[in-house]
Design a protein around this ligand. Structure first.
Ligand code: ADP
Ligand code: MG
Length: 699
């Protein structure tokens, strides 16, 4: 069937076009003003929007509405209410008011709050975010909202993101004005998140408790083939995968999510989807929805979409690349090097602000990508290292060098100049080779933050980045404030020079995967925070609290609560993994191992009974090996159970997380090693769950 894609695209969102058609003119104008400038929305406008929204939703088959929010679980939350309102005996009308649109009051007590909210203060509020379009899914009208507690403490991932966008807008516009730009009134952050994922057959998935409970395999010997042939990356799409991807695109397009690129990734069964970039807030909402719909569409195809950062040992895990830039309300990308020197000044100041931000707050950037799942990737030879550094490419590097050394930048020989003025170079879009090993790379007209895990919300890294860049711009502003316009170019040049000297340590254009870089980074004094429990304490340091409170992103209490939530999430994740491994080994693997070695022993005895001269040395060796593995796993399981209990009883969350990292995970690794070696000795038909061969190569 041929689908009219332009017609289908966005058909399930309360789009600008629908608004214009359904709303009285003055109401439409008032709503646009709120969306574009963040002005307060009057109740009469809200009422009018509610009527239009309900009408549109009902026309499109909706019976319910829900406030849709992003609590600290990392997932989205929803509670559906029907539109029905009794209007007489046995009769109802479909009703929806401005008040219901604007505010919801879900019980907040069962969402993670990190100790912010006592259980007796159960009430929470959701507040409509008119900047992100409402949409229809599963016969329900979804209204994107922010979520906070009864006392106004933030309990979600949207509110701080909106605040950070506002903080950055404020500082960026101030800076642009200072630099003589009189046209810009608003600066927005744009994001394009590239999403990696795995697809596995649903029937196979359901036979593995580790995949069902943890999203990753905790056991499993490697398949004879992994990714070494490099034949999967950009390879031809298999029919089942292609059909899935097509359906996924259509579902996303209906919701106005501009899914653009799709391809096979490096590991077998691994794929990627990237949308066209959008305003940060909308892109974050869209990425949450994308992850959800990826899973849902997979079910329809008898597949399961795995978003875990490390579903399989021995092959690449999945990440999410956060492409980030700044755009003015007159359409200029501030990270586009541009062609005229005036634009160049802007570009260089903003470029330098990003470099400074990432250098000054590298610890927070690292934290923004920290999770139990992502710890398996960062620092492995598949994802950027845990060290935050910036890749600029040869051309920009040369530009910064010329500023630092007062040399002229050009294609010709470098010429010394005696004055600092007029040295700001003219150059075009960076077109140097791509560097795939850098955690934070300049890619022509945007930065690409590559540390993020595939299952994470893209909100946190953008909160950190926006806030840190806002702070860098604020500091630059202070340095430049009061400069006369005719002296500005020289002052900017001097500022850039100082900033380059201070922050060039964070710039690294070499191979981020090499061991030499780890040593070099240490010499440069960069952080190398290899695990979640190691990096999280930096979140609650004074510097971090100062940054976030100064720009009104989080209060001190909110920071500490988030710290608790992150630690708790880490410890709980690993404890669930430990319990799942215990269960799989005890109930599935050990019985299979025992049965098989018994079978071999019986066979050997039978042979001996029949022909006493036959050698059963091979059987004896195998039975010995299996029996030793059985004993080692049984002993290891006792220790694993003790350690799981120890983590559960730890005095505080940091201690629990440390036990998980330093003891529990180590034990699990050792147990896995033993079990995987034994698995390789047992025939597939005797194993209690499907092996890597089938999981990775059956589609
Ligand atoms: P790659 O080679 O890394 O896959 P692409 O050019 O395909 O690079 O872009 C990757 C992502 O970057 C896409 O989602 C794209 O929309 C996004 N992107 C492009 N320009 C911008 C921008 N100005 N701001 C944010 N994201 C952007
Ligand atoms: Mg990319």
């Amino acid at each position: 069937m041929n689908q009219n894609i332009p017609e289908l695209y966005g058909s399930m969102i309360f789009s600008d076009k629908v608004m214009r058609n359904k709303l009285p003119k003055d109401m439409y104008k008032a709503l646009r003003k709120t969306i574009e400038n963040g002005t307060h929305l009057e109740l009469d406008v809200a009422n009018s929007v509610a009527v239009a929204m309900k009408e549109w939703a009902v026309e499109n088959g909706a019976t319910h509405y829900t406030h849709w929010f992003q609590p600290m679980t990392g997932f989205t939350a929803e509670k559906h209410d029907s539109f029905i309102s009794p209007s007489g005996e046995g009769e109802v009308i479909m009703d929806f008011s401005g008040k219901e649109l604007v505010k919801g009051e879900p019980d907040a007590s069962s969402f993670p709050s990190g100790g912010l909210r006592a259980t007796f203060e159960a009430r929470g509020y959701t507040a409509w975010d008119p900047t992100s379009p409402a949409f229809i899914k599963d016969k329900t009208l979804y209204i994107p909202t922010a979520f906070c507690s009864y006392n106004g403490e933030v309990l979600d991932k949207k509110t701080p993101l909106l605040r950070s966008m506002e903080a950055l807008n404020l500082q960026a516009v101030k800076m642009l004005k200072l630099l003589g730009n009189e046209t810009v009134t608003r600066v927005s952050t744009t994001i394009g998140p590239e999403q990696e994922y795995f697809l596995v057959d649903k029937e196979l998935y359901e036979q593995r408790k580790d995949l069902v409970f943890c999203g990753r395999t905790l056991l499993g010997a490697p398949a004879p083939k992994g990714q070494e042939m490099e034949d999967h990356y950009f390879g031809t799409l298999k029919p089942r995968v292609s059909a899935y991807m097509h359906d996924l695109d259509v579902e996303l397009w209906k919701l106005g999510i501009p899914a653009k690129t799709k391809h096979n990734e490096v590991a077998p069964a691994q794929h990627e989807l990237a949308p066209v970039f959008d305003t940060a807030n909308i892109a974050v909402d869209h990425n949450q929805l994308t992850m959800e719909i990826m899973k849902k569409v997979a079910e329809k195809h008898g597949l399961v979409c795995l978003l875990h950062e490390k579903p399989f040992e021995g092959i690449n895990g999945s990440g999410k690349h956060n492409n980030w830039s700044l755009i003015t309300d007159d359409g200029v990308n501030l990270l586009n090097p541009g062609r005229t020197p005036a634009q160049n000044i802007q570009f260089l100041v903003f470029l330098m602000a990003v470099i400074k931000a990432v250098d000054d707050y590298a610890d927070l950037m690292r934290i923004s990508a920290a999770s139990a799942g992502n710890d398996h990737r960062l620092g492995g030879n598949e994802a950027p290292p845990a060290i935050v550094s910036i890749f600029l490419g040869d051309e920009l590097n040369a530009v910064l060098e010329s500023i630092e050394n007062d040399t002229y930048f050009g294609k010709q020989e470098k010429i010394q100049l005696d004055t600092g003025a007029h040295v700001l170079p003219h150059f075009t879009k960076d077109n140097t080779d791509r560097n795939r090993t850098s955690p934070f790379a300049f890619t022509g007209n945007k930065f690409e933050f590559r540390m993020l895990g595939s299952s994470a919300s893209v909100s946190t890294p953008n909160i950190v980045l926006n806030t840190a860049v806002a702070e860098a711009l604020a500091q630059f502003y202070q340095e430049l404030e009061g400069t006369r316009p005719e002296d500005m170019e020289k002052a900017v040049h001097e500022l850039l020079k100082r900033a380059i000297r201070k922050h060039k340590k964070v710039i690294f254009n070499g191979n981020g995967y090499s061991p030499e870089w780890v040593a070099e980074a240490e010499k440069r004094g960069l952080y190398n925070l290899v695990s979640t429990p190691e990096c999280l304490p930096y979140f609650v340091k004074d510097r971090s609290v100062e940054l976030f409170t100064k720009h009104h992103i989080f209060t001190k209490e909110e920071i500490f609560s988030r710290y608790e939530i992150l630690l708790e999430n880490y410890a709980k994740t690993i404890c669930i993994e430990a319990r799942t491994m215990t269960e799989m080994l005890t109930k599935d693997f050990l019985p299979a191992l025992s049965a098989y070695s018994g079978e071999i022993a019986d066979n050997a005895s039978a042979k001996k009974a029949l022909l006493p001269s036959l050698s059963t040395a091979a059987e004896e060796r195998l039975v010995t090996e299996l029996t030793e593995a059985y004993a080692a796993i049984t002993d290891g399981l006792e220790e694993l159970k003790d350690l799981t209990a120890k983590a559960a009883q730890a005095g505080d969350m940091k201690q629990a997380a440390d036990i998980c990292r330093e003891e529990l995970l180590v034990k699990m690794d050792a147990l896995r090693g033993t079990a995987d070696r034994a698995e390789a000795l047992i025939p597939d038909c005797e194993l209690p769950y499907p092996t890597y061969d089938r999981l990775l190569f059956s589609l």
